[in-house]
Write a protein that binds this ligand. Structure first.
Ligand code: NIG
Ligand code: FE
Length: 406
């Protein structure tokens, strides 16, 4: 296994209990294969490397280094766009009005069904490249714009291909319970039956890492969501939920009772919901891009989540309807300005807590034994990641121990 040394870095390790940001001012990273063999101060480097053959040495000249960023909630694979609906919303139509009139998610379903596999892949890869250029090394991709067995499978295969062909870890989440497709109009329960039959088949093809659903007035009821989760549990698959985005459905309590990895959105989360997440160890994923783009005014209960000790993650929620942005750095900034996270909370939100939201225990902090995913930034301090916006200071990305060419 090749051994590489990255020296003279200003490390924000985010290791718990190691002070603010887990900061090491003049630090080094020793990479062996795809993992971190040692991380610590320059002053201890000599002892750490004694007797070790080093294949490559890089001097970072004091640049900031953080863990690789994890975007734990995206809908990256789809056809078409919804720019026209954006104009309609600017003229006063609401997101829910548009959805009820057959637009919204359904219009992207029609466009996705009409887009071939190769085009779906090329478009998704182009979007992934934008996120990767900002230091993203792990990415979640949801299905949910196919809504037939074959179209959901096509979306998930594109996600799998992205993971194989790019220097990126990709998690594929089945979100077949995203909206009711037109062919099931008025037959929500029958559609849920169909989804429960598709899951074992998609899983047998190795296409699913987790199962998600949209529990909302314009989507699926808690009872329907429960049936999807039961089907996931029969397959041993972890669950996640789009919960309390537009109204309080008690989705967080339901998801927590299934030991969900995460509940996402949460603008309308109740006190009981907060407690349920805390008890289950479920991650709260905040999506400031959707909050901003839908011009919501009710922010998620950040202080209550904090008080209860719920891990808070932040993600892009990239999708053509509610969050057509491709910048996780902007989400860090907006998590602070719109939701009042501290810059350090926001950075943990796109690293260690985002990793937990995907079930990864091997990444998100810089420490011996973790995966060697890290980002070199042309910045003096980690708080600048939250401060600048519309500016990408990413100098270099290392994913699985390998330096990526931007
Ligand atoms: O996370 N809330 C549901 N799903 C997406 C939006 C999907 C769409 O509008 O296309 C979200 O915001
Ligand atoms: Fe989403």
């Amino acid at each position: 296994m090749s051994v590489a040394l990255w020296r003279h870095a200003h490390l924000a390790t985010l290791v718990a209990g190691a002070g603010l940001w887990g900061r090491i001012e003049d630090g080094a990273l020793l990479v062996e294969g795809d993992g971190l063999r040692w991380v610590g101060p320059e002053s201890e480097l000599h002892a750490a490397t004694r007797g070790l053959a080093i294949d490559a040495e890089n001097d970072l000249g004091g640049a900031l280094v953080t863990p690789g960023l994890v975007d734990c909630h995206t809908h990256l694979v789809y056809g078409g766009d919804r720019a026209r609906e954006f104009e309609m919303r600017l003229q006063g139509a609401s997101y829910e009005d548009i959805a009820r009139a057959g637009g919204g998610i359904r219009s992207t379903v029609a466009a996705t069904r009409a887009t071939g596999d190769e085009a779906l892949f090329q478009q998704a890869a182009g979007r992934a490249a934008v996120l990767m250029a900002e230091g993203v090394t792990t990415l979640e991709v949801k299905s949910g714009y196919g809504l037939t067995l074959e179209d959901e499978a096509r979306m998930l295969r594109v996600a799998r291909r992205l993971g194989r062909e790019r220097a990126l870890t990709v998690r594929a989440t089945c979100l077949a319970a995203h909206a009711l497709p037109p062919e099931f109009e008025g037959r929500g329960d029958a559609y849920v039956d169909a989804v429960c039959e598709w899951l074992p088949r998609l899983h047998a093809e190795g296409l699913i890492d987790a199962v998600d659903a949209f529990c909302e007035r314009i989507a699926f009821t808690p009872a329907q969501t429960r049936r999807v989760f039961e089907a996931a549990r029969r397959l041993g698959l972890p669950v996640k939920l789009h919960a309390e985005q537009l109204s309080d459905q008690g989705g967080a309590q339901l998801a927590a009772s299934f030991g969900a990895l995460s509940c996402d959105h949460l603008e309308h989360l109740s006190g009981a919901g907060v407690q349920a997440l805390a008890q289950a160890g479920t991650v709260a994923v905040l999506l400031p891009g959707a909050y901003y783009f839908l011009r919501e005014t009710k922010a998620p209960p950040v202080q209550a989540l904090r008080d209860a000790g719920v891990p808070i993650a932040v993600a892009s929620d990239h999708n053509p309807g509610s969050s057509p942005g491709l910048s996780l750095l902007l989400m860090i900034n907006m998590a602070c300005t719109l939701f009042r996270l501290t810059p350090e909370e926001a950075l943990r939100g796109v690293t260690i807590h985002a990793a937990l939201a995907l079930g990864f225990g091997d990444r998100g902090v810089l420490a011996a034994g973790r995966r060697a995913d890290f980002v070199v930034w042309d910045l003096g301090h980690a708080n600048e990641l939250a401060y600048w916006f519309g500016h990408n200071a990413c100098r270099q990305v290392v994913a699985g121990g390998l330096a990526r060419t931007r």
